[in-house]
Ligand binder design. Structure first.
Ligand code: NAI
Ligand code: MG
Length: 498
């Protein structure tokens, strides 16, 4: 049933994993969907079926939430010490490291991304996130608080307690990294989880579920229910016995999540879309800025929430920088991600291919000009040419909306104040970058950009210790760093009269 895979070096565990329909993880057991339904995932490099997966729905979500509730309130998990929670997460990271190659191949086959990056970025980052968060287990502290109320003496303190049963819905662009960003902080503070991976890329999360059991997490602490957004995702977001929902994906669906959370006022954190400005000043180290700007948009086929999709270049160096980015675009080795020589793969799905091509067409129809790219590549895979659009206007859809593909719009500017105003003219505020050798200018501009992350002379640098999240319609809350612990804890004040 699985499509033939032409690269014989594939890990034998990967071939075995793909050869059977994958079940879902509920209450420590691998089970079929209650409806018995399954769905297919595709290899984006060929368009062929890659694997068959149990299709979770409302009933499975309910089953999983019950298991997570039971694990949160009884069983071993509430009594697991902080140090032991840390040890379990660390153990998971070690297991993941042992299986790095297998996970990298699986991620590449499911998502399309180059194996080069699955090996060097995706899986190692997920490992680092589990390790970083493991260290927090024993360091989640409250405060002692002086009380001024009259007539008596008091002893008061605060505690940080796990928020409870957490629903987590993740996208397909970095399936393993997103699973780690979500699971690690929730587990380290003592929550239990129902995770719904994206329907396009459920495989590494399901394989991770096996390692979670192997590491020794008690039954029901982590439940993984693959399925579609409109069914499984919506049921999880709306479930009355879920205390918190954490979502990464489109701003459009983020708004639906908010609506669904209305019923029981569950806590909500959202990491949504972006249209990040990338600003190159005339005094930048141009070679670095050009390569950095190309990577800012083309990394992961442009399927990054932080993609540097609006390139602002000082007019005195505009032609030089655009030419440089176009040259970089032409140098990519485009092909199936599983070929180790590939450094630009297909986009994730037929739907995404059509969306990205639709945006390119709309830009070109409205008068934009493609300096390089502008087309789909021939064949059955979901390949799009890396594309640089110039002669764009602020009101064009390609400039305003998130494309989520390897397509950048380039815009010249004259004055710093002008470029800051243009950069901030977006409903999004996820990330931004500034390239300049003038350190004062860099920091002054960083202060003026309305974005959750600002990079100076670099792009797409993430770290488990750096808080990440969006201003404006790019989201609510910050993941990573100790900020992530706040997303998954409640503060309790305890006040005793002495
Ligand atoms: P999406 O936002 O629909 O999907 C993300 C996740 O949400 C998936 O797990 C999906 O199953 C789930 N979902 C979808 N509808 C839902 C609902 N009604 N209730 C609960 N969960 C739901 O993103 P999609 O359709 O895959 O991509 C569309 C666009 O979204 C992309 O072109 C891109 O612009 C943006 N996007 C942004 C991401 C980011 O990292 N900020 C990641 C993925 C997509
Ligand atoms: Mg969608």
């Amino acid at each position: 049933m699985a499509a033939p895979i032409t690269f014989p070096q594939l890990n034998k565990h990967v071939l075995e994993f793909l050869s059977k329909p994958r079940k879902m993880l509920v209450d420590g057991q691998w089970v079929d969907a209650i409806s018995s339904k399954t769905f297919e995932t595709y290899n984006p490099a060929t368009g062929e079926v890659l694997a068959r997966v149990a299709e979770g729905d409302r009933a499975d979500i309910d089953h999983a939430v019950k298991a997570a509730r039971k694990a949160f309130e009884s069983g071993p998990w509430p009594d697991v010490s902080p140090s032991e929670r840390g040890r379990l997460l660390w153990k998971l990271s070690d297991l993941l490291e042992e299986h790095l190659e297998e996970f990298a191949e699986l991620e590449t086959l499911d998502n399309g991304k180059p194996l080069l990056f699955s090996r060097l970025v995706d899986i190692p980052t997920a490992i680092d996130v589990f390790r970083y968060m493991a260290g927090w287990a024993t360091k989640i502290e409250g405060n002692t608080i002086p009380i001024s109320a009259h007539g008596a003496k008091y002893f008061a303190y605060s505690l940080r307690e796990p928020v409870g049963v957490v629903g987590q819905i993740i996208p397909w662009n970095f399936p393993m990294i997103m699973a780690a960003w979500k699971l690690a902080p929730a587990l380290v503070v003592g929550c239990t989880v129902v995770l719904k991976p994206a329907e396009q890329t459920p495989l590494t999360a399901l394989r991770l579920g096996e390692l979670i059991l192997e590491a020794g997490f008690p039954a029901g602490v982590v439940n993984i229910v693959p399925g579609f957004g409109e069914t499984a995702g919506a049921a999880l977001a709306a479930h009355d016995d879920v205390d918190k929902i954490a979502f990464t994906g489109s701003t459009e669906v983020g708004k639906l999540i908010l609506g669904a959370a209305n019923g029981n006022l569950k806590k909500v954190s959202l990491e949504l879309g972006g249209k990040s400005p990338n600003i190159v000043f005339a005094d930048a180290d141009l070679q670095t800025a050009i390569q950095g700007s190309a990577n800012a948009i083309f990394f992961n086929q442009g399927q990054c929430c932080t993609a540097g999709s609006r390139l602002f270049v000082h007019k005195s160096i505009f032609d030089q920088v655009i030419d440089g980015v176009a040259q970089a675009a032409k140098k990519f080795t485009i092909g199936p991600g599983i070929d180790p020589a590939t450094n630009l793969g297909p986009v994730v799905s037929r739907e995404q291919l059509d969306r990205v091509c639709g945006y390119m067409e709309s830009g070109l129809n409205q008068g934009a000009r493609a300096v390089v790219g502008g087309h789909k590549l021939p064949g059955d895979g979901y390949f799009v040419e890396p594309t640089v659009l110039v002669d764009v206007k602020p009101e064009m859809k390609v400039v305003r909306e998130e494309i989520f593909g390897p397509v950048v719009t380039a815009i010249p500017f004259s004055e710093p104040e002008e470029v800051v105003a243009s950069a901030n003219r977006s409903v999004y505020g996820l990330a931004a970058a500034v390239w300049t050798r003038d350190i004062s200018k860099a920091h002054l501009i960083a202060g003026k950009l309305r974005a959750g992350t600002v990079w100076i002379n670099c792009y797409n640098v993430f770290d488990p210790a750096l808080p990440f999240g969006g201003y404006k319609q790019s989201g609510w809350g910050r993941e990573m760093g100790h900020a992530a612990l706040e997303l998954y804890t409640e503060t309790k004040a305890v006040c005793a009269q002495l």
